[in-house]
Design a binder for this molecule. Structure first.
Ligand code: PBG
Length: 327
């Protein structure tokens, strides 16, 4: 059957019909909100390139988590801005590290909040690279040692999920073994599997004070031109024991998300990164777009592409949008 018997507009005729045949829904259960924690008390430093986001000291971070929880956002991803940095990122591997402290404080007030710990060295090294430098480049196997230590320390401080974002080869296996050896066999690994060397991370590097001091991340993060390679990265992480796999950034990589979903039967996470967020904010501030509609469309498209879970700075606004719709 074809036109005129077939008329696809029939099913768009009323709002009720459109609601009924809608294929993709974004729910607050799908969203993870990233937060930045810094030293001090009562510190709230605006991140100028990411309007509405702040570096928060532990006490204010706990308040922020309470407000997210009240809105229905029950998962957060934590990044730390440490008091001091060192060559290897050892400051991230100790019980009184900034994220460790933050997690204990959140758990004391909100024991059920899901704490995802980003595991990487770039916020903790003096040079801003994601691992230990040897001969001008990040040394893979030496970096695995600090990543494993950092992961165990974070698990000891209350992390519910360990999320390595460093892109070293073999990190998932190394972290899995270290977690298991320390009794954390029930803590899942959310691997940043297909993480691209992307200009969309620009605002984040201001937020986390983690810009590389020389060179770039192209020897460890992926070339934006590749998607077959993304499937190899995912396959490798699954063999090493990843429980979730991630594609990052999201919007310029919706095809990669779809290929991941079609090829692997595992929860797919998409990271709607800082640059994607800030572009929306900037356009909205200029009155060029309808911010709420754009946010909903973006998050819906990431799910439609195949993501089960979305890490997004838009999470609180999406909560407000969904609430408004229910009224
Ligand atoms: C750490 C890390 C980065 C992001 C998440 N974890 C930055 C980077 O790789 O340079 C980016 C997140 C964002 O842009 O929102 N390696």
């Amino acid at each position: 059957m074809a036109f005129p018997e077939t008329r696809l507009r029939r099913l768009r005729k009323t709002e009720l019909l459109r609601d009924m045949i809608r294929e993709t829904h974004v729910s607050l259960d799908d969203l993870i909100m990233p937060l930045f924690v810094c030293p001090g008390t009562d510190v709230k430093i605006p991140i100028s390139s990411m309007p509405g986001n702040f570096q928060l000291s532990v006490n204010l971070l706990v308040e922020e988590c309470k407000s997210l929880w009240a809105m229905g956002i029950r998962s957060v991803l934590l990044f730390g801005i440490p008091e001091s940095k060192d060559e290897h990122g050892h400051v991230a591997c100790v019980a009184d590290g900034i994220v460790q402290k933050a997690m204990r404080a959140i758990k004391a007030e909100l024991p059920d909040m899901m704490l995802v710990a980003d595991v990487c060295n770039c916020e903790y090294t003096t040079h801003g690279h994601c691992g230990t430098i040897v001969d001008g480049d990040v040394h893979n196997d030496l970096t695995l040692e600090t990543l494993a230590k950092q992961s165990v320390s974070l698990a000891e401080s209350g992390a519910d999920v360990i999320a390595p974002s460093d892109m070293m080869d073999g990190r998932v296996a190394m972290i899995r073994e270290a977690l298991d050896d320390n009794g954390f066999y029930n803590i899942p690994i959310m691997a940043y599997s297909a993480k691209y060397a992307s200009a969309f991370y620009g605002p984040f590097r201001e937020a986390a004070e983690s810009a590389p001091q020389f060179g770039n991340r192209a020897t460890y993060q992926m070339d934006p031109a590749n998607s077959n390679e993304a499937l190899r990265e995912i396959a490798e992480d699954l063999m090493e024991g990843a429980d979730f796999v991630m594609v990052k950034p999201a919007l310029s990589y919706l095809d990669v998300i779809r290929r991941a979903k079609d090829n692997y039967n595992i929860p797919i996470v998409a990271y709607n990164v800082s640059g994607e967020f800030s572009m929306v904010k900037a356009a909205a501030a200029n009155g060029w777009i309808d911010e709420d509609r754009i946010i909903k469309e973006i998050l819906t498209s990431i799910k439609r592409a195949g993501a089960d879970i979305i890490i997004t700075y838009h999470a609180p606004q999406m909560a407000a949008i969904l609430k408004k719709e229910q009224q």
